[in-house]
Design a protein around this ligand. Structure first.
Ligand SMILES: [Zn+2]
Length: 168
């Protein structure tokens, strides 16, 4: 791809909208739900239809790559077995990591999703720079040094710090 995709250059909300539209257009088999009006979903309501992509823009290029690979698999599946295409149900951040849920999975798709999760665990969710898991003691998030929350310390340090002496 030449230069930054459009969705990386806009303000956060516009960018999210653009990114979701990009996913729907580029990977229609993986994201049919995201493109349907909510009224049409009925019992087929899935988190992705209500909330869209629930993680920050730093992870979107990783997601885009993973979705591109899954869609290629989908095109092969669709030729012989259109009822078995992989559909995204929820994509979100949880406990500082990427979660990517689909209707079905197979070894190939599982490997693609695991690789994306692994990459996200080292990538700042806000800006895409090299990142790691930070915690405020309550929140967990994968950030770079610049984007981390006030008072957050890296998770490794947090879990390895000596316990405070008990008050007697
Ligand atoms: Zn950052």
């Amino acid at each position: 791809m030449n230069g930054k995709p459009l969705w990386m250059d806009l303000t956060r909300d516009d960018a999210r909208d653009q990114f979701e539209q990009h996913l729907v257009k580029s990977y229609p088999l993986l994201f049919p739900i995201l493109s349907l009006p909510k009224e049409q979903l009925g019992n087929g309501w899935m988190p992705i239809s209500g909330f869209g992509i629930e993680c920050g823009p730093g992870w979107w290029p990783i997601l885009d790559e993973a979705c591109q690979q899954i869609e290629a698999i989908n095109r092969k599946i669709a030729e012989t077995n259109p009822d078995s295409v992989i559909i995204a149900h929820q994509i979100k951040e949880k406990f500082g990591g990427l979660r990517f849920y689909t209707n079905f999975c197979n070894d190939e798709v599982d490997a693609i999703i695991r690789l994306a999760e692994e990459q996200c665990s080292k990538t700042c969710e806000s800006c895409g720079a090299l990142g790691k898991l930070y915690t405020t003691g309550y929140w967990l998030s994968t950030d770079c040094e610049k984007c981390k929350r006030d008072g957050a310390i890296d998770y490794e340090t947090f879990v390895n710090q000596p316990e405070e002496p008990e008050k007697s």
